[in-house]
Design a protein around this ligand. Structure first.
Ligand code: UDP
Length: 330
């Protein structure tokens, strides 16, 4: 079935806004729903915007009763591992309760296709690398647990009510579209690439690398960076795939890992700034290495990352922060 009208929940956030831009460019009519708690009004790329929260169930049920969407893309979530340990209640509410509200409203209004942002945090500490989808799931943070619990909900809702779902386990989302006014803007920023770039551009005065005694090639953690526009492409392909199969779960990554120091080195080479980070203790809950085996998505979706080369990502992020040093205007 050719889809034409989609609802993007969390479309003002980092991954959701890039997806909405991509979907619009591919001819879809995009409605975004976002509570703007973390998202940005200037990141909206849609034909219709609804400022609303999934936690307001009655409101959402009415909206789905009055509107028919071909598919729902669910990006909205609390998504920081460390924060989830400090404040798990926020994660159980914003992730699990919100997803439950969404699924209930979908079930009652006959919406039967959802594309869900999951995470490699469902695996916990790797027992083997690269991580394939069948690797045991032992999440070590409330964040990872909430995402895994939602995957189970989706499975049960498929069996019992026929709701079809794509569950996409992102590795490290990175990169942006600075030429189109889209970038990464979290406050506070906790992610490595924007933190290194902001330090190089003197937008922040401290850069700490968390841990230098990991069993990796240079002692720092290894991560698999996947461009947000490659993620967007996989989302549309996954949505089409749901016409053939009722439920899919795929890793989205490149299969190639970079150490934290290799990221610093890339920013150093591209910016020309001699960055000297400090070293701090390990960040709790950080596995030494997270690299995807994304063969399933590559084969079954006919998907291949085309923008996830680290140096290209770093160039874009430098451009974004040069154009918008304080992030989005609002
Ligand atoms: N990291 C770091 N300094 C920072 C931010 C992150 O050393 O200012 C490290 C972090 O400990 C991890 C890697 O960079 O080893 C990637 O972290 P990020 O928060 O970007 O993504 P995550 O892997 O947690 O999703």
């Amino acid at each position: 079935m050719k889809i034409s009208r989609v609802l993007v929940i969390g479309g003002a956030g980092y991954v959701g806004s890039h997806f909405s831009f991509f979907a619009g460019n591919n001819g879809l009519k995009v409605t975004i729903m976002d509570n703007l708690s973390k998202g940005h009004r200037s990141a909206l790329r849609c034909s219709e915007f609804i400022e609303a929260d999934l936690l307001n169930y009655d409101n959402f049920l009415k909206h789905l009763s009055d509107n028919k969407y071909d598919a729902i893309f669910h990006f909205a979530a609390s998504c920081l591992v460390g924060e989830s340990v400090q404040d798990p209640a926020q994660y159980y509410k914003n992730n699990i309760l919100a997803a439950f509200n969404m699924l209930e409203a979908m079930r009652l209004t006959g919406h039967d296709k959802v594309i869900f942002s999951s995470t490699c945090a469902v695996y916990g500490y790797p027992q083997r690398l690269p991580l394939d989808e069948n690797h045991p799931k032992n999440p070590i943070s409330p964040y990872g647990r909430t995402k895994l619990a939602i995957e189970w909900m989706l499975e049960d809702y498929n069996v019992a009510y026929g709701i079809r779902s794509a569950q996409l386990r992102y590795f490290n989302a990175a990169g942006c579209e600075p030429d189109f006014g889209l970038g990464e803007d979290h406050k506070p920023e906790t992610h490595l690439i924007p933190n290194v770039v902001r330090f190089a551009l003197k937008l922040s005065d401290e850069l700490t690398i968390f841990g230098d005694d990991y069993p990796t090639r240079d002692g720092t953690c290894v991560r698999d960076y996947i461009h947000v526009m490659d993620l967007a492409d996989a989302h549309l392909k996954a949505c089409s795939k749901l016409d053939e199969v009722p439920m899919i779960r795929y890793n989205l990554g490149t299969g190639r890992g970079y150490t934290n120091l290799e990221v610093v080195d890339s920013v150093r080479r591209i910016s020309g700034v001699d960055i000297k980070p400090k070293y701090g203790p390990r960040r709790p809950g950080d596995p030494a290495e997270l690299v995807a085996d994304a063969a399933l998505a590559h084969e079954n979706l006919d998907w291949k990352p085309t923008r996830s080369d680290l140096d290209s990502i770093v160039k874009e992020v430098i451009k974004w922060f040069s154009l918008c040093p304080q992030g989005y205007p609002n």
